[in-house]
Every structure is written in structure tokens, then in C-alpha cells.
Write a protein that binds this ligand. Structure first.
Ligand code: NDP
Length: 248
């Protein structure tokens, strides 16, 4: 590895599995000190062990991103441990597919709390630090579903379109102060994400779609994030849309 991120400190939410875990490992390989956050301690520990085995430096902070106080603790602990924060990857997210009619509205609240409030709380808590440093980079993991819409994933569409709109508005606010904002929009990725779908019809539909293409691997998205955050400070990659080749 090129160690392009030597001396940088990165926080990755939802780093216990999937895209977040791969991103933490990739950024650590590039030399960043990483703070990894999620709810499952055992999974987080597995990721931390991989990073440490390759000589990386990692801080584990058990965090539920829907709880503002826990998110504030994540940001404070990272600053206290590593002295600064350069990169925040707002990656934690869930996707519960299903029709709008007769939906379980608890699923809506869960998705809005993780996909929207998780991003807002972490951004709000980290911004004063980045503004004081006069440098920093926020990467928000959105989705192709934040640019397009499909029947049967209306609430997920709502959250990811929200993330895209918020990211662009945030970018316009902070870009004069040398803070970079990137939104990353993956297509279908081979991760655990479908496990939250309780509606059997929606689950089967999602699985069928997955089997009809060759999905991305989590590492493909991690590499895109690493590309964005490794650019010289004058370069702000605003948006990365990354689809499996056979997904339209
Ligand atoms: P995974 O299910 O593998 O990972 C989701 C991560 O989010 C886990 O680490 C999970 O950790 C964490 N998470 C969920 N809820 C919370 C919470 N309340 N607090 C803290 N962490 C939480 O899925 P992916 O890697 O696929 O998803 C990562 C991101 O990528 C999401 O934002 C998703 O919307 C987006 N995405 C995924 C696509 C795909 O096809 N897989 C396509 C496009 C975008 P834990 O359960 O331990 O808390």
C-alpha cells in the first residue's frame, strides 16, 4: 500500500460488517488511524483484529448512531485518543424494502433514525472540530437509490435522497472553509444488508435481483471511498456513483 493517509484520522460508522468494515480496513492499510463504530462488539472486534494484525492503529467505540449522546461520545473519544479528526465516513445504514401501503411504520422510523439521524448527529458533532482545524472530509454513503426511485423501496429512497440533498447543502456551507464533502452512491453490494427485510415478498424480490447480476463487493466501494479521501486537499470529489457492471 502507498500509505497515502499516513497521519490522518478517520471515523467509520457501521464498521462491523460490509462496506464499513472494508472501508476501515482499506483506510488503515493506507496509513490512517481509524475509529470504528457500530453496535455489535464481537463483529467490531473482528475488524479491529484484522487491522491490528496488519500493523494498523484502531479504536473501537460501541455506538448506536440513532442515539445522539453515543455519537457525541464517538467523536469525543476519537479526538481524545488520536488528537484530531480528518475523515468521517457516515456509512451506517439499513434498507428495509416493502410497499408503502400497509407498511409497518416501525420500519420507517428505524430507517429514518439510522439513515438520516445517524448522519445528522455525527456530522453535527464533528463539524466544530473540522472547522477549527480548517480541514476535514465528510463522506456520506448514500445509494443508487438516492438518485433513482423504484416501487417497493419508497422509504429507503426517501432516506437516501435526503442524504444526497443534505450532503450537497452541507458542501455549499463548508466548502469555503476548506471542508470537503463526498457522497458515494453504490448499486447492489454483496453484504448483510437484506437481512433486515421482514416482508418475505420484498426479501425474495431483493434476493432474486441480487442473483440476476454480479453485485459489487464491499471492497469495491471501500476503494472508491479511499480514492476520494486520498486526493490532494485542493480536490473535492463531490459524488461517486458506482454500479455493478450488469446492473442498470
Ligand atoms: P451491512 O448490513 O453489512 O452493514 C451495515 C452496518 O451498519 C453494520 O456495520 C451495522 O452494524 C451498522 N448499523 C446498523 N444500524 C446501526 C445503528 N443503529 N448504529 C450503528 N451502526 C448501525 O450493509 P452494507 O455494508 O451494505 O451497508 C452500508 C451502507 O451502504 C448503508 O448506508 C447502505 O444503505 C449503503 N448501501 C448498501 C448497498 C448494498 O447493496 N449493500 C447499496 C447501496 C448503499 P451493527 O449492526 O453492528 O450496529
Amino acid at each position: 500500500m502507498t500509505q497515502k493517509l499516513a497521519g490522518k484520522v478517520a471515523i467509520i460508522t457501521g464498521a462491523s460488517t460490509g462496506i464499513g468494515a472494508a472501508t476501515a480496513i482499506t483506510l488503515a492499510e493506507e496509513g490512517a488511524y481509524v475509529a470504528i463504530a457500530a453496535r455489535r462488539a464481537d463483529k467490531l472486534n473482528e475488524v479491529a483484529q484484522k487491522i491490528e494484525a496488519s500493523g494498523g492503529k484502531v479504536l473501537q467505540v460501541i455506538t448506536d448512531v440513532t442515539d445522539e449522546a453515543q455519537v457525541q461520545n464517538l467523536i469525543a473519544k476519537t479526538k481524545e485518543t488520536f488528537g484530531r479528526i480528518d475523515i468521517l465516513v457516515n456509512n451506517a445504514g439499513i434498507a428495509i424494502a416493502g410497499q408503502i401501503a400497509n407498511a409497518n411504520t416501525d420500519d420507517w422510523r428505524k430507517m429514518i433514525n439510522v439513515n438520516i439521524f445517524g448522519v445528522l448527529y455525527a456530522t453535527h458533532a464533528v463539524l466544530p472540530i473540522l472547522l477549527e482545524q480548517k480541514s476535514g472530509h465528510i463522506v456520506n454513503v448514500s445509494s443508487v437509490a438516492g438518485r433513482t426511485v423504484r416501487a417497493g423501496i419508497g422509504l429507503y429512497n426517501l432516506t437516501k435522497w435526503g442524504v444526497n440533498a443534505f450532503s450537497e447543502s452541507l458542501r455549499l456551507e463548508v466548502t469555503p472553509q476548506n471542508i470537503r464533502v463526498t457522497v458515494v452512491e453504490p448499486g447492489m453490494v454483496n453484504t448483510e444488508i437484506d437481512q433486515h427485510i421482514s416482508d418475505p415478498v420484498a426479501y425474495e424480490k431483493s434476493q432474486a435481483l441480487r442473483k440476476s447480476i454480479t453485485p459489487l463487493e464491499a471492497e469495491d466501494v471501500a476503494n472508491a471511498i479511499a480514492y476520494a479521501v486520498s486526493q490532494p486537499e485542493r480536490v473535492d470529489i463531490n459524488e461517486i456513483l458506482i454500479r455493478p457492471t450488469t446492473q442498470y
